[in-house]
Each structure stands twice: as structure tokens, then as C-alpha cells.
Design a protein around this ligand. Structure first.
Ligand code: GLU
Length: 526
């Protein structure tokens, strides 16, 4: 965990590049899985270069602020095992890390932009802005932007006299500050993912930098903070690509050209069907969550990876591959391996399909690789909640038997319920098909064979039961399915002898009796 002096201490140790990356979510709701991927790439890059992973909460849009969202973001990062080195509640030398606590800093630089004529005051009401857009539309303009083509027709410090401007300032209503974008230029930058990117300033609007509520917009605050937090790489979704042109203009206008970070705009996450952006409601639609943790809001609750039964290690591996690949066939990467292999120049620039089957596959691989005792600890709360109580030894054995047969954590219970409670339903189809009345005495004899076993081990149980079947020339196919269904209720499950062994002699014999009685009723029904 980073101490408050993490920044400078780190700087002293670094002789080459100093990697400082920030994850900068806005607390406007639960953190979408695309945001978690961004945070993961930040985290991997920081770890790879011995740098710092910073959490900055971008909460200057008060209208969109959602209570609980910041806590959700922090909890999500914690669950993913990606604790920031600096951030709210953590500390660091570049704080505060919540933009709402940095207002004075932004105001200072907005003033600098006004003084240097790179920005201007605007006093237009929302009705006046609407009227301008309607007029431009009517005139057939392709864009309805507030830019050099219209700014002199609007109510701002460029179109008004100094006296008029002062009057509006004194009135104190509807005061915004806009960036003055000069037409006829080209802004270009290198994006690590997309290569050379350029925008014509003719296509850029005069972005609002300071809103009427006195708070900065995303653009202003983002730039000031990236500069002051000495951010080396800006990693974010591709929806921010065009904003980057404005950001470059801002860096220049503030005389901070040397501090422009490197940019990497990540590809969109696409729906599992391959087309269209992965939306927040797609989790429910495709049966695989698109949020890391449950979000409990009454009006729109969402399921999380965690509650769905995804392990955080699997989530990391799966998300790392949504937009990045190592250039080899290796798919399973430990965190350490991911850190070593990760590089931004191997991030793809085309959309990454959110392949839910792949997500399950990853989870399955991580479940199989986990120690049985660790799995037991993971599933214990779920079992307790369901009112099941077994010993730790039992649970560990159970995990060993079941782990190859599950994709998600709740499958342990769903597919292995019969290890905790006697079946209440039976696979009747199998019983009807396989049960033969003339074998009834043999089933009872097999029960007695079980009762006689002293060395209660799976191998012995198997040997004795199979021995009986062979000696009596019955055929495994006529006996074993009935044995399985009477004991577990279903044909699906791990090795039946291991299952019998774990259930115990008394329990297995009792279940067989009960199951056979049920089977008899089936026959007499028929
Ligand atoms: N606050 C922005 C967001 O919510 C951050 C974008 C950026 O990383 O610059 O996505």
C-alpha cells in the first residue's frame, strides 16, 4: 500500500521513464466493465514500469452525480485486486484526488486563459443557444456548433463591448467561459493505439471550460489535473479521441506543451453478437453481467461479475484480452505474467467483442487451477446462506470432485446440491429406461455389499460393486445408472464411487433404499 510519500520516493528510484497513469472515472453510476478494463490497462502499465496507478474522481458534473458511485468504484477496484497507489482515502503527494476539492486550481487557469485571450466569457441563455442551432440547421449548415463561424453573432466578450461585458459579469447570470478555437489549423497527435491522428480546428467547437455553476467542465479539469499530477500516459475509451484535440489546444494555450502525456484510446467493447456498443442493459440481455459488482439501485439494479460467480483473477485475464493480445497463443496469464507481457502498442484499434462464452471459459480454467481448500473458502458463505452445513474436510473434498464440472461459483451448489441434501426429485427418464424388475434383488444385494465394506475408500467401493456386477453377469449399463440416480437424483455428477465415498456409507445406503422405493412407484404407475 502506498504511503503519502509514494510520489517523490518513486521518482528518486526511476532513472528512465516515470510512468504515472490515472484512472479518472466520473461518479455518475456504477462502473461499467469497459471502465474496469481501462483501469486494468492503467494498472498493468504502472506495474510493468514500477510506476504509479492513480485514482482520480472526476466529479465536477453535479447534475450527474450519483450517491454511492464513488464507493462502488473503489470497491470494484479492490475486488479486482487493483488498489491504487494514490487516490481518495489513500493519499499521495498530488492530492486532493477528487476534482470537487480542487476548484481553486481550475479557476486560476481559466483566468490565465482569459487573460491570454485563449478563452472568452459567454453569456448566452439556453434559449439563445437553441435558437442559434435552429438557425444554422435552417441555413443548411452541417454543424450547429458554437464556433468561429457564429461566435460574433452570440452574446460573449468577443462580440460585446467591454462595458457590456462588464454589465453581464456584474449581473452574474449565465456566465460561462469558452475556449477560443482558431479556425484554419490542424491539430495532430500520436496515439499509441491509433497512430497519427489529426483534427481540423474548423471542425472543433469553442468548448465550454467553465460552466455557469462556476465549476470546470471535464476538459478543463482533466487537463489541469493531468498536468499537475504529472500523468505520463492517458489511457481511456475511444469516445474521448476527438476531445483530445481540444486538450492539445488547451495544453498549448496554457504553455504546457512539454507536459502533454502520451495518449492511448482503447477500442470499444462490442455486444456478444459482435455488432454495436456493449450497453449497460446488455448484461441482462445476454445473461452475463457488464458490471463488476451488484448495483442495488431500486430503479435499475444490475448484476455484478462477483455475484454472478466470476473469480477476480479470471475477470482480469478475460478483460485483459478484450482489446489486447500478447502476440502468442498463450491465453492463461497470471497477474505477474500479464504485467510482464502487457504493452499498449499491442492494443487493437478495432472493437473488442464481449464474448461471454470466453468469459465463462476463463472462469472455469481459474476454478480448476485453484486449490480445493481455497475454493471451499469461497463457496462457504453461499452454502451457509442456503442453510447447508458440512465440515471443512467435506467441503474441500466436494470442491475437488466438482471443480471440473462448473463454470461459475454458484454452479457448485446448483450442480452439486445432492452432496448437501437428499434428492427430492429423480431423473425419471433414466429410471424408467434402465430399471428392470428382475434386478431388484441385485440392487438390494449391492446395498448389502456396501454395508459390508470396512475400508471405506472410493477404490474399494468401486472394486466391490463392480465385482458384484461382474460375478452376477449383470452388465454395468443396467446397474450403474440406477445406482447413480437413486443416490444423487441425476445422471450428471462426478465419479459415482467417489461420490458414494464422500456421502458416507449410511447416507448412501439410505438414499439407495429411498430411491429404489421411488423407482418401484414409477413401475407400478406405468
Ligand atoms: N471522467 C472521464 C470518464 O468518465 C475520464 C476520461 C479520461 O480518462 O480522460 O470517462
Amino acid at each position: 500500500m502506498a504511503s503519502d510519500s509514494a510520489g517523490p520516493a518513486f521518482k528518486q528510484h526511476q532513472t528512465q521513464i516515470m510512468v504515472r497513469v490515472r484512472f479518472a472515472p466520473s461518479p455518475t453510476g456504477p462502473l461499467h466493465i469497459g471502465g474496469v478494463r481501462t483501469a486494468l490497462y492503467d494498472y498493468l502499465l504502472a506495474k510493468k514500469h514500477g510506476g504509479s496507478f492513480i485514482l482520480r474522481i472526476e466529479d465536477t458534473d453535479q447534475k450527474r452525480f450519483v450517491p454511492g458511485a464513488e464507493e462502488y468504484i473503489i470497491e470494484s477496484l479492490k475486488w479486482m485486486g487493483m488498489t491504487p497507489d494514490e487516490g481518495p482515502g489513500i493519499g499521495g503527494d498530488y492530492g486532493p484526488y477528487r476534482q470537487s476539492e480542487r476548484k481553486e486550481l481550475y479557476a486560476k487557469f481559466v483566468q490565465q486563459l482569459l487573460d491570454s485571450n485563449h478563452a472568452y466569457y459567454a453569456f448566452d441563455t439556453s434559449e439563445e443557444l437553441d435558437a442559434m442551432r435552429a438557425r444554422k440547421e435552417q441555413e443548411g449548415s452541417i454543424s450547429q456548433k458554437y464556433d468561429a463561424t457564429v461566435r460574433l453573432e452570440m452574446k460573449n466578450s468577443l462580440s460585446l463591448s467591454d462595458e457590456e461585458t462588464q454589465q453581464y459579469l456584474d449581473k452574474g447570470e449565465n456566465i460561462t467561459v469558452r475556449l477560443k478555437v482558431d479556425p484554419g489549423e490542424v491539430v495532430s497527435f500520436k496515439d499509441i493505439v491509433r497512430g497519427h491522428v489529426e483534427f481540423k480546428t474548423d471542425e472543433l467547437d469553442d468548448k465550454v471550460l467553465m460552466k455557469a455553476d462556476g465549476l470546470p467542465t471535464y476538459h478543463m479539469a482533466n487537463i489541469v489535473d493531468d498536468k499537475h499530477m504529472e500523468i505520463s500516459h492517458v489511457i481511456r475509451g475511444e469516445e474521448w479521441l476527438s476531445s483530445t484535440a481540444h486538450h492539445i489546444l488547451l495544453y498549448r494555450a496554457l504553455g504546457w506543451e512539454d507536459a502533454i502525456p502520451q495518449f492511448a484510446h482503447l477500442p470499444l467493447l462490442l455486444k456478444p453478437v459482435g455488432k454495436g456498443k456493449l450497453g449497460k442493459r446488455d448484461g441482462a440481455k445476454f445473461g452475463f453481467p457488464v458490471f463488476p459488482l451488484n448495483w442495488e439501485a431500486a430503479d435499475e439494479p444490475y448484476q455484478g461479475f462477483k455475484e454472478f460467480g466470476i473469480l477476480p483473477e479470471a475477470a482480469k485475464n478475460f478483460l485483459a484480452f478484450l482489446g489486447w493480445n500478447p502476440g502468442t497463443d498463450q491465453e492463461i496469464f497470471s497477474e505477474e505474467e500479464l504485467i510482464q507481457a502487457f504493452s499498449l502498442d499491442r492494443v487493437n484499434n478495432s472493437g473488442a467483442r464481449f464474448d461471454v462464452e470466453k468469459g465463462k471459459w476463463y472462469n472455469q480454467q481459474y476454478i480448476i487451477a485453484k486449490e480445493n481448500s481455497e475454493l471451499a473458502e469461497i463457496i462457504k458463505p453461499m452454502l451457509t446462506e442456503k442453510g447447508m452445513s458440512v465440515t471443512d474436510e467435506y467441503l474441500i473434498e466436494f470442491c475437488g470432485l466438482m471443480k471440473e464440472r462448473v463454470e461459475l461459483i454458484p454452479d457448485f451448489y446448483e450442480n452439486g446440491k445432492f452432496f448437501f441434501e437428499q434428492p427430492t426429485e429423480y431423473d425419471e427418464k433414466t429410471l424408467r429406461k434402465k430399471y428392470k424388475e428382475e434386478n431388484n434383488q441385485h440392487f438390494h444385494a449391492i446395498k448389502d455389499v456396501m454395508v459390508q465394506i470396512e475400508n471405506w475408500e472410493a477404490a474399494t467401493i468401486e472394486e466391490k460393486i463392480k465385482g458384484y456386477i461382474k460375478d452376477n453377469e449383470l452388465g454395468f449399463g443396467a446397474i450403474l445408472p440406477i445406482l447413480r440416480v437413486t443416490i444423487t437424483g441425476t445422471m450428471k455428477g462426478p465419479d459415482i464411487f467417489k461420490t458414494i465415498c464422500l456421502l458416507g456409507k449410511e447416507e448412501s445406503v439410505q438414499r439407495m433404499e429411498k430411491g429404489l422405493t421411488f423407482t418401484q412407484t414409477l413401475k407400478s404407475d406405468a
